[in-house]
Design a protein around this ligand. Sequence first.
Ligand SMILES: [Zn+2]
Length: 258
Amino acid sequence: MAESTDLDVLAIAAHPDDAEITCGGLLIKMARLGRRTGVLDLTVGEMGTYGNEQDRAREAAAAAKALGLIYRGNLEIPDSAVEYTHENKLKIAGVIREVRPELVILPHWKQRHPDHLACSRLSYDACFLAGLKKLDVPGEPFRPRKIIYVSYFRNTDYSFLVDISAEFEQKIEAIAAYESQFGNSQELKEKMKAGFSLNDLTASTGDGVFSPGINIYDLMFARSRHLGQMVGVTFAEAYTIREQILVGDPQKMPVQSM
Ligand SMILES: [Zn+2]
């Protein structure tokens, strides 16, 4: 495929809305830096409590626009049945060869939802396999240079945090595209712009998707604010890498100790 289709960044997620929720801020930030960003969803999310396949596809397209993506693919693997199989690895490897991302963002390798766990393992293997010359998948061999893992909902294991203060409102905009899942998006967006009144969180929905009493916008606000507070910014997202970082000049390391 022509070089112009190559991506800088590809996030791979099990369900539409996973990437928005867990790494939407970083995707928006990279797009604003002029990077070519994309999301590959493994399923259409048809097993979700609310909405049907058509709703979810339309909403994913609207969310892609809000994130500033130049690519959004869907492998249409059955939802809640994302199995760790060679066949699924090859499907993902085919996309890796097609869009040739330098950086890949995957779900963390510890997960509650089996689809998220399978997505993480399958995608890691696919990134490796895509580089094998003899792999029976169309396209030139290619291996991403770097994999980072989203740790947004984990309480440990962060390797670095990304300041998404300037991207937070747009991240909410992208999540609000999934109206069948989270509802009341217009009202909530207005509340966000008015300063996100913590006294008014009952306006949002999403009950039944997350634990009772917790709605997606409340969760986004609390989680991003908590992570931001750890590094002295308003809102942040957390990421983990499996390699060690080599530092040339410790005197210039970011973040003050006291
Ligand atoms: Zn999911």
